[in-house]
Ligand binder design. Sequence first.
Ligand code: AHM
Ligand code: MG
Length: 335
Amino acid sequence: MNKNITLGEFIIENQKHYESTSGEFSRLLSSIKLAAKVVNHKINKAGLVDIIGYSGITNIQGEDQKKLDIYANDIFISAITNREVVCGIVSEENDDFIILNGNDNSMSNKYVILLDPLDGSSNIDVNVSVGTIFSIYKRVSPVGTPVKKEDFLQKGNKQLAAGYIVYGTSTMLVLTTGNGVNGFTLNPAIGSFYLSHPDIKIPSKGNIYSVNEGNYLQFPQGIKDYIKYCQEANEDRPYTSRYIGSMVSDFHRNMIKGGIYMYPNCDINNKGKLRLLYECNPAAFIAEQAGGKATDGFQRILDIKPSEIHERSPFYCGSVKMVEKLESFILKHNT
Ligand code: AHM
Ligand code: MG
């Protein structure tokens, strides 16, 4: 694969692999690319302009929204809405799904997008990397009618595309359209994403485990035992613990180096913290496309039938051998 190509060129080159040849899907990817660049520009100025800190608003999930949460949400929603490329949007920052039926074009669009516009936003004020993560589906309700809740409540295995942007030491957009995973790095001088990580594969085994160990005492016993296994000195262990607290960034590191990311259910979050539709599902699709694995401890993330747009799920994801080992510990306590 030619590494000098831009994301825009890659989208055009690969258009023939996308389900639709109308260009709608390509325009949707292109609107995400534009929003990512605008958000990146703003994040890079955090500290210089008044965008750090809380907005004073709480979202439906009881979380205090940061100013940049709201900014990133507005940018992604307007970039996607202005290009009239989807019929509906779910965002972590909006209570309900957004119906785009302002004109006939939106209702005749085939796709829906679900996203967390700024993941790990508690890291913004301290200059630590954050991300965006998204998932794209074909609607199940008839084209030409207003989008419905069931268009969003599809199993993850129906995703057409998923991706994330990590705003880190460099800004990267990582994308799958169900045909492998490719990573593009933003050249800020030119303002274009270039293919820098073609055909990403997660190493089948790594030596990094990522979990918020502050919650350790509340974890299910199988997870506690697995963490102790990671810490034991034996063969290639102890593993290294790395936790940024921004799932996109932790997941990205593990994609490149090999590792496991865990957000278990615990006493305070009995279904875990991460949202199934726009955090777990896209990460799971990308992980599987890169040769990795994702589970809620009992079943494949992509096979879970969602019932609510903001529902949460325990999430274990990364190198296939590490996830399988974790599953064996969970099974011991549930037979
Ligand atoms: P957010 O989407 O509101 O930023 O919350 C999700 C984030 C994940 O990125 C991260 O892995 C997790 O919350 C960190 O939570 P905790 O502080 O409980 O470890
Ligand atoms: Mg998030």
